[in-house]
Design a protein around this ligand. Sequence first.
Ligand code: HEM
Length: 317
Amino acid sequence: SDQSFAGRVPIAPQQVDAPLTRSAIFLVVGVVDRPGAMDTVRDVVAGLEGLVKTIGFRDLPAQLSCTVGIGARVWPELTGLSTPAELHPFKEVRGAAHTAVSTPGDLLFHIRSNRQDMCFELERLLLEGLGDAVTTIDETSGFRYFDARDLLGFVDGTANPVGPNLPASTLVGDEDPQFVGGSYVLVQKYLHQMSSWAKLSTEQQESIIGRRKADDLELDDAVEGQKSHKTLNTITDDAGEHDILRDNMPFGSPGQGEFGTYFIGYARHLWVTEKMLERMFIGDPPGLHDRILDFSEAKTGCVFFAPSASLLAGLAG
Ligand code: HEM
């Protein structure tokens, strides 16, 4: 899915559209305030493609990939470039009942593979390279749950864009020429209240999500009143429907009573993802928030920009 910049130089995006895998690790780190730390980080992210290749080649069918997103705080110093048009820290969304919190994070590494050990190996070597230039803020290991279900029991990811609509909805185009091929990444780590969710009937759950639980078929949109999760996240304007690419992963440890969904959305326009959050947390109309939130609490919220692989490689000193 290469795009061309000014019609001449080919720009290779990062593997934003990597296939759904059986395992993933979401690693969020902060860059420490110490001389030389930013240089170390720059070297590591510029060499990321090589590292993924080295580990990935040991088992190509395992489809190892890693995209790196850079946060607004460190972007200027890390890249020496101006800031991409829509890049800013996560804006808290405060609804009457639920809040999408904003939490710290300078870099996101989204590691995907069909083998958990390959995700682990990449994370291990990444952190070895980064050394004491970063501190780990959050590390979440996700797993594919049966037929791509979340822990609420629904198939998650169905409506993702495919074909030509995939690069068109995930990669920056000529609207921001310096950053063509990049993608805005928004992550939130949710914890579910499983026992109260389980008290609902299947029909109640289905009307909250907007799809049937067993066979995933879409339910009709509510014309008025309480809208489903699916309907609240359908963003349309004069230009048509605006999609984002999600690669959510379940995570958890039943022994600790922890059951979660790690939400990750890649978008060409950050405002689209932000609009979704607004509709979920504030509600449409305001007050009628997404009922999924009555059973799911957002514990983190961070925004990053995943520049093209070409831009990353060009950062090498
Ligand atoms: C659709 C689960 C959070 C955006 C769905 C579907 C499920 C789901 C089961 C229906 C199947 C599908 O099309 O994938 C969850 C869970 C979440 C969560 C468990 C966290 C607790 C979010 C957030 C956003 C979002 C935070 C956006 C900021 C979407 C979109 C769709 C969708 C765009 C597709 C809507 C369409 O049909 O066009 N989600 N979701 N989700 N979700 Fe979520």
